[in-house]
Ligand binder design. Structure first.
Ligand code: NAD
Length: 318
């Protein structure tokens, strides 16, 4: 039996993770999910079931954290976050949720002495921009957005609490997860999902990065698979290592368009390009990616561009 807490449960990834864990009797790493606690600002579409508890409110509010952790979860997926654009525009909100909220939550778990497993969704934004010519497990973290700085601070705090034995932390740096349904997200990298949605529907779209722009992509399904894997008790954790850059497919925008054309000829007829130099520099110049440590720990990407495209299209409908 296990008790799982998901914060950010009403978000794009949180909903997909919730769907995988909410069915009665579902097992996670051999243990039945006996209780599932969902926390977000709002939980408008969260599943209702006797074993599912809803905690609506901010993770930056100690009372909300107290309620969300009251029954001492065994596994915590901490996804609640203020996205990149919003964290740049509103410094105090980003700091309060992404840093102070995270510290409050994890310190509450530390005080409980229950030593849960904590899976944290970090981001490739920790690397900053411009990126070096190659990224691997030794690449220094030099975030150039407040959001990326928050993620790095969180990784450090989680590593320290893990070192102290207060919890078992696993930070996974997510690449672009595709394809989110349309919604104002505040994420500066949302164009990759907009492009995929337009190609899937054969609709007009002006792409804000060039056809030569390179992206690191992982499907929503692949992302959830990796988050669940990150919670495995038997995950190989070399001493001192608590953060992994997840494997992703590195694709040129042109390659992605070609894969959609193979699936549905003519779908890119209404696609035009108007590259924004700042956006392209920050999100469209992603170099070759070496994720040896993550692969050794059993994390993986979607395999090939065709599978990524099919899964990305499926995610739009969710
Ligand atoms: N989607 C991606 O491509 C991507 C890439 C890198 C990292 N990530 C990270 O993965 C996680 C999930 O991403 P997502 O795409 O589902 O984002 P999302 O914005 O769709 O979901 C985040 C959720 O957090 C909730 N939230 C915000 N402030 C909160 C607060 N104060 N208290 C409680 N909940 C709060 C929001 O209401 C939202 O439902 C985030 O931590 C994000 O930084 C996502």
């Amino acid at each position: 039996m296990t008790h799982v807490l998901i914060t950010g449960a009403d978000g794009f990834i949180g909903r997909a993770l919730t769907r995988r864990l909410a069915a009665a009797g579902v097992a996670l790493h051999g243990r039945t999910v006996q209780r599932l606690t969902l926390c977000d600002l709002r939980l408008s579409e969260a599943p209702s079931a006797p074993h599912v508890t809803h905690v609506a409110g901010s993770v930056a509010d100690p009372e909300v954290v107290r309620r969300a952790t009251a029954d001492q979860p065994d596994i915590v997926f901490h996804l609640a976050s203020v996205p990149s654009g919003q964290s740049e525009a509103d410094f105090e909100q980003g700091l309060s949720v992404n840093v102070q909220g995270l510290i409050g939550l994890l310190d509450t778990l530390r005080r409980q002495g229950h030593r849960p497993t904590v899976v944290f969704t970090s981001s490739i934004a920790v690397f900053g921009a411009p990126l070096p010519e190659h990224i691997d497990d030794d690449t220094p973290l030099r975030p150039t957005l407040s959001y990326g700085a928050h993620k790095q601070m969180a990784e450090i705090f989680i590593a320290d609490l893990t070192r102290r034995g207060a919890l078992s932390g696993r930070s996974v740096r997510l690449p672009g997860i595709v394809a989110r349904p349309p919604s104002p997200t505040g994420a500066l990298s949302a164009f990759s999902s907009e492009l995929i949605r337009a190609l899937a529907a054969g609709q007009p779209y002006t792409c804000p990065v060039s056809a030569d722009a390179t992206l690191w992509l992982l499907s929503l399904q692949g992302c959830v698979d990796n988050l669940l894997h990150a919670a495995a008790p038997q995950l190989a954790l070399p001493p001192g290592l608590t953060a992994w850059t997840l494997p992703a497919q590195r694709l040129r925008v042109g390659q992605l368009v070609q894969a959609f054309e193979q699936r549905r000829p003519g779908c890119s007829q209404q696609l035009t390009f108007a590259p924004d130099a700042t956006l392209e520099a920050q999100f469209g110049r992603l170099p070759p990616l070496d994720t040896t440590a993550a692969q050794a720990a059993g994390f993986c990407h979607d395999g090939d561009v065709g599978t990524l495209v099919e899964r990305a299209v499926q995610a739009i409908a969710t």
